[in-house]
Write a protein that binds this ligand. Structure first.
Ligand code: IMP
Length: 432
């Protein structure tokens, strides 16, 4: 029975939230498997805007189960605020709709303080979201992290926090020049969060195994994008998790043989937030035009996103490392009004033409984009509901992208609302 993974194939902010929300109509279970509240998935439903940082975007559909898997780093304060706000707006009335893995790591206040403290002092900051993501994953891998299940056991939690503060406080005070944290108020705060989260905390790997065995459709919702993957992205200007589809298995506790299909989400141009190389970046009026028309401001931090032309070299790399079988093309409507469009088809590095994305930021910084130019269009696209309804230049652009990427488009989005989308193929119809 189909398990579909949806991942970003650029630097995040491709519109995964909208795509997951649409596919969720056909799914039974929606799962987040990595990242944390650095993600900001924006949805517009019936003119109402929702931004999710931790809860899977499927939560707006009734009768769907939403899972926060073990691979996620959970900031309990953010999660509880999301739960509260959803309930207030008439969603998540049934607590069994949300399941949080007992093995997910907890983002602690000291993780956020360390993240912000390091960025503030660095001469070459990474431009993180300041949500404590890197420090939380460091602790997980160092085997000193606090897990969601620990929030339910006072004695276990006290012991772990004591050990953590022995290391964190001297680091915060003497290295980062920040204030240290006191054990008792921190313990109390975390136990309170644990109590509030108790109805949701379970073994989500067992839950997913049962659902898959029953033939339920499971949708895995990636956060960030392949170019921010800690192994396959523009290291060190990346996030601290594996954002690629393979991590859906580790981050949710299922096996690789259970994944049927990988859908990549790709924006019709490129954006990036934070530092790091970006070969097709436009630091001119066209970049500003894309930012304003596309509302390209970070959903988590409000930072203006850097904007640029479509980079087929980067996306081909992302398609390969994800095993992407199909793509969802988003924000095609943002390109309306530009006379000519450019697509990066290769890079020039040290005088040579290269078509492979270099590994690491240092080489990518030296790459010059090689462009092909195509005609733009003036017509608004928001009312269009099929490829045939698109102006000829927009159709040519889509077809050229598909040719360069070698993977078919399954759906195309021409506006923020659910209706402003058309499907060319159904990802859930794909077999193994
Ligand atoms: P961190 O994930 O907060 O550590 O930030 C590391 C890098 O990933 C920074 O460049 C962030 O701007 C970027 N980043 C993290 N999450 C997202 C996201 O959801 N969308 C886009 N960029 C992100």
């Amino acid at each position: 029975m189909p398990c579909v993974v949806v991942v970003g194939v650029q630097w995040g902010d491709e519109g995964k939230g909208k795509v997951v929300d649409l596919l969720a109509e056909e799914a039974d279970v929606i799962v987040r498997f990595q990242g944390g509240s650095n993600a900001g998935h924006t949805l517009v439903v019936g003119g109402e805007k929702f931004i999710f940082h931790l809860i899977p975007s499927g939560i707006l559909r009734p009768n769907k189960r939403c899972v926060i898997g073990n691979g996620v780093v959970v900031d309990p304060e953010v999660l509880l605020e999301e739960i509260r706000s959803l309930k207030e707006r008439g969603y998540l009335q049934d607590d069994s709709q949300l399941l949080v893995s007992e093995a997910a790591q907890v983002v602690m206040p000291y993780h956020k303080a360390i993240d912000k403290g390091r960025e503030g002092r660095s001469s070459k900051p990474l431009g993180t979201t300041g949500r404590g993501i890197g420090p939380a994953y460091e602790d997980k891998v160092s085997r000193v992290g606090i897990r969601v299940g620990d929030l339910l056991h006072e004695e276990v939690l006290r012991g772990k926090l004591e050990r953590a503060l022995e290391e964190k406080n001297p680091y915060l005070v003497h290295v980062l020049g920040q204030r240290g944290l006191d054990l008792d108020p921190l313990l109390e705060e975390m136990l309170r969060y644990g109590e509030s989260l108790r109805p949701y905390i379970v073994n989500t790997s067992c839950f997913l195994a049962e659902e898959i065995a029953r033939g339920r459709r499971v949708l895995f919702e990636g956060a960030q994008g392949a170019l921010l993957d800690v192994d396959h992205g523009t290291y060190p200007y990346v996030t601290s998790s594996n954002t690629v589809a393979g991590n859906a298995c580790c981050g949710a506790g299922i096996g690789p043989t259970q994944i049927d299909f990988v859908l990549g989400v790709v924006k019709a141009y490129t954006t990036r937030v934070g530092g790091g190389p970006f070969p097709t970046e436009l630091r001119d009026g066209t970049g500003d035009y894309l930012r304003e028309r596309g509302g390209e401001y970070g959903a988590t931090t409000g930072r203006p996103r850097r904007c640029g032309w479509f980079d087929a070299v980067a996306v081909r790399h992302a398609i390969r490392v994800n095993g992407t079988g199909g793509l969802a093309l988003t924000k095609l409507d943002t390109l309306t009004g530009l006379d000519r469009l450019r697509i990066c088809t290769a890079y020039r590095l040290h005088g040579e033409l290269i078509e492979e994305f270099p590994s690491g930021a240092e080489l990518l910084e030296r790459c010059e984009p090689v462009y092909e130019e195509v005609e733009g269009w003036k017509e608004e696209l928001t009312g269009r509901r099929s490829l045939l309804e698109l102006p000829a230049a927009a159709r040519n652009y889509v077809e050229r992208l598909q040719e360069l990427l070698g993977v078919p488009f399954y759906l195309i989005s021409v506006g923020a609302e659910r209706e402003e989308t058309f499907f060319l193929k159904d990802p859930f119809s794909e077999g193994r």
